[in-house]
Design a protein around this ligand. Sequence first.
Ligand SMILES: CC(C)(COP(=O)(O)OP(=O)(O)OC[C@H]1O[C@@H](n2cnc3c(N)ncnc32)[C@H](O)[C@@H]1OP(=O)(O)O)[C@@H](O)C(=O)NCCC(=O)NCCS
Length: 181
Amino acid sequence: MIPPLARQTLMAGAYSLTPLAEGDVSGLLRLFADPAVTEFMDIAPLETLAEAEEIVAWARDMAANNRGLRWAIRRAKSSDLIGTVGFNTLEFDRGRRGEIAYDLAQAHWGQGIMSEILPHVMVFGFDNLGLHRLEAMVTVGNLRSCRLLERHGFSLEGRLRDHAFWKGRFWDQLIYGRLAD
Ligand SMILES: CC(C)(COP(=O)(O)OP(=O)(O)OC[C@H]1O[C@@H](n2cnc3c(N)ncnc32)[C@H](O)[C@@H]1OP(=O)(O)O)[C@@H](O)C(=O)NCCC(=O)NCCS
């Protein structure tokens, strides 16, 4: 039985994770307006609140239909959104797998914050959602993301040539996977 994703909050060490909601729009705009954050992502840097609203609507729809979940990341007791993390896709019928995704505002890189959060998200996936496999797609060149995954037991399984198309061109994607212990 899959829990209703739209209501899942999580304490991840010193960080609180809450499903992206309308109140996160301005924080999300600040986060994704930074070209360094979106460099390897499937979006161009955001310019308007309407663009951030679209992302929140996408996340809310995904959670409402139990197809995925994206949390806002905040330090416990702070109201500032510093990043997002979650599952872009979830497959429960023809597999038991989830694709994880994550980002942090640049000021929070290099401090081990995502390394503190990710194990909690992985446990949530394996235990609460009953997943057998976690995977992540990484754009070639995103070394920080590769290091993060490798530190947490993900294996590089291959390079998918021209797997993605955004910002007017095709992109090779690295696929990482980790199975339940
Ligand atoms: C991917 C991303 C979240 C990784 O951030 P990060 O800060 O490198 O990852 P972590 O939070 O795990 O921090 C690890 C870094 O903190 C350092 N660190 C400091 N204290 C640490 C601690 N207690 N524990 C672990 N690492 C620590 C590590 O040495 C490492 O730095 P290094 O890679 O320079 O050696 C970040 O680069 C990002 O948001 N990028 C933009 C969005 C994006 O590309 N998302 C991924 C799409 S696939």
